[in-house]
Ligand binder design. Structure first.
Ligand SMILES: C[S@@+](CC[C@H](N)C(=O)[O-])C[C@H]1O[C@@H](n2cnc3c(N)ncnc32)[C@H](O)[C@@H]1O
Length: 388
């Protein structure tokens, strides 16, 4: 039997796990625990400097624990692993997220002033906010991935989804059992993506939907932030604009409102670009390109050699070559970077020379998880090299 030990959770890791100290001094990470929890922990796996453990018996309960509203929430086999912080008061989740950002920024020494880090925008709703989901199905069950495993956790309902998505889930469950949804040999499941813009008849097996910001209330706020930022620039500095990772035009729609300047919107996924073209935006040129390939940059540069604003909203892995990319745009004055990964964001902006992080706005789009969205404004330093 694995070793058990008594400990108290003293902090939360950036991946959202409780941190406890083993009597030997080694650190263990524990899912489903919060600062103030005390009890018996069992070692599950161990490396030289740290390990993972499981809570076996809770003897003292953290004062900020609450009863999770979802019956599927949990950390045992068969429970849904989707909302690992649902057992904690929402305000405490925000405190933890704020600490993640401020500590990471302090370590990286990136903020120009303490005022540059703005208070986090709480989600207006903590249930019913999510407008999309990816379910797994093996033809017998439909659900999410079970906590700490590679199994389907069957779900009857998902309370964080909005009403339209919950209705779509009800319709999908009615189709069970389904021969067509059986996993093919060598696979554990098929996936089904839904979003609140889809009708039930349009749902297909293993078909990716175009990216969509998951919380529409927070998305509207993010779009207003970008609109205000660009409105506040001088007429001369508002454009031309290069927008990277534009998806189906969520932010492009805002950029197109600045009629005095053209925007070049770049994206690789064809079905996102089709949706963007359907919007019929004025002042926008669209380019299909793989932004991670430096060979694509020549086309972007030749369309917008005088770009003064760069807007980018990359996938979770960020844009590692951002500093090399912007060397092609010596007239750039502002970068608006929308990020969903603190470490990748820090890596990217740390690579920029001659730029300062003038504002960082954390946004909670993902209640009950450790995930966080960041809106960043970067300004070229006055002493930085400018275009002659
Ligand atoms: C976080 S989403 C943002 C989309 C959009 N800004 C929005 O708000 O809906 C990132 C986008 O980057 C696109 N993407 C991922 N890798 C890419 C690449 N190598 N080149 C171009 N676009 C890419 C994805 O298809 C996705 O649309």
């Amino acid at each position: 039997m694995s070793e058990e030990f008594k400990a108290k959770v003293r902090d939360i890791s950036s991946l959202g796990l409780g941190i406890v100290d083993h009597p030997s001094g080694k650190v263990f990470f524990v899912p489903g625990t919060w600062v103030g929890d005390e009890g018996i922990f069992r070692i599950e796996s161990e490396k030289k400097r740290y390990g993972h453990a499981r809570l076996i018996k809770l003897e003292t309960t953290s004062p900020v624990r609450v009863t999770p509203s979802c019956p599927h929430h949990g950390f045992e086999f068969g429970s849904c692993g989707g909302c690992p912080w649902m057992m904690v008061e929402y305000n405490e989740q925000l405190v933890a997220k704020t600490k993640f950002v401020s500590q990471a920024m302090k370590r990286a020494n990136l903020l120009t002033s303490v005022d540059a880090l703005k208070p986090i925008w709480a989600s207006p709703k903590t249930l019913g906010f999510r407008n999309r989901a990816q379910f797994k199905t093996d033809g017998k069950r439909i659900g999410y991935v079970s906590a700490g495993s590679h199994e389907i956790a069957e779900i009857e309902d998902c309370l964080i989804l909005n009403d339209k998505c919950r209705d779509l889930l009800v319709g999908l469950r009615k189709q069970l059992p389904s021969e067509n949804w059986k996993a093919s040999p060598g696979h554990d499941w098929n996936f089904i993506e839904i979003d609140d813009g889809l009708e039930a008849e349009a749902i297909k097996l293993n078909a990716r939907q175009a990216f969509k910001q998951a919380d529409e209330d927070q998305n509207l706020r993010m779009k207003s932030w970008l609109e205000d930022k660009i409105s506040n620039l001088s007429e001369k500095d508002r454009g031309p604009i290069v927008e990277l990772f534009c998806g189906s035009g969520n932010f492009t729609e805002i950029l197109s409102r600045f009629s005095s300047h053209q925007t070049l919107a770049v994206e690789s996924t064809p079905h996102s670009l089709e949706k963007l073209k359907d919007r019929d935006l004025v002042n926008v040129e669209v380019l299909q390109a793989d932004i991670f390939l430096s060979e694509s940059w020549g086309k972007i540069k030749s369309s917008m050699p005088e770009a003064r604003v760069l807007v980018l909203d990359p996938p979770r892995i960020g844009f590692k070559s951002i500093s090399k990319f912007i060397e092609n745009f010596p007239s750039l004055q502002k970068i608006f970077y929308i990020s969903c990964s603190i470490p990748d964001f820090i890596r990217d902006i740390s690579s920029l020379v001659g730029w300062e992080l003038s504002e960082l706005q954390p946004v909670d789009q993902f209640p009950h998880t450790p995930h966080l969205e960041l809106l960043a404004e970067l300004t070229r330093r006055e002493d930085a090299p400018q275009k002659a």
